[in-house]
Design a protein around this ligand. Structure first.
Ligand code: SF4
Length: 162
């Protein structure tokens, strides 16, 4: 049975802003980091936004498989995709992307630092090509940075991109 355990705020089926190339981007609900200056405060509550369901997941997979508008991959942001409450749904989505959309890369933005991830969070890493980690720290904010907002955040290329 398909169980929904996650909410989301926005899904962009064609996005050229969040990650390289043309992509699909999902902004999930739920974040505990409460960064000062957060660009997306309304996503903090896990029950904010709308329920993520099988219809949306099927749509994401179909969009990634679309040959008319070719997407490089999937971007996951929020909110925090690695919030413990979101892990089971995100893991299932990433497993589907790997199995049904080979050659698509996955970029994930999280407020957790790579070195602090729990074993449960680490289970997702094998499905992620690029992880941008760390909270947004206003005093280290830098508008010239690409794919990240503050100097402390690190772009981890976990796998070599095609
Ligand atoms: S981790 Fe991201 S979404 Fe969460 S509070 Fe910080 S900036 Fe906002």
């Amino acid at each position: 049975m398909w169980e929904n355990k996650m909410n989301y705020h926005k899904y962009y089926s064609v996005d050229v802003v969040n990650g390289p190339g043309t992509r699909c981007t999902l902004f999930v609900s739920g974040c505990i980091h409460q960064c000062k200056g957060c660009y997306n405060k309304r996503t903090w509550k896990v029950n904010s936004g709308k329920p993520y369901d099988k219809a949306l997941e099927d749509k994401i997979i179909q969009d990634l498989q679309d040959t008319k508008i070719k997407r490089q991959g999937l971007s996951l942001s929020g909110g925090d995709p690695l919030l413990p409450d979101n892990l089971s749904v995100i893991l299932r989505l990433l497993q589907r992307v790997k199995n049904e959309c080979p050659n698509k890369n996955v970029w994930v933005w999280t407020g957790y630092r790579l070195q602090d991830l729990t074993d449960e969070q680490k289970m997702l890493l094998s499905y992620i090509d690029v992880l941008i980690d760390g909270q947004f720290i206003e005093s280290e904010a830098d508008k010239t940075l690409v794919w990240r907002g503050s100097q402390n955040q690190i772009i981890h290329y976990l796998k070599k991109l095609e």
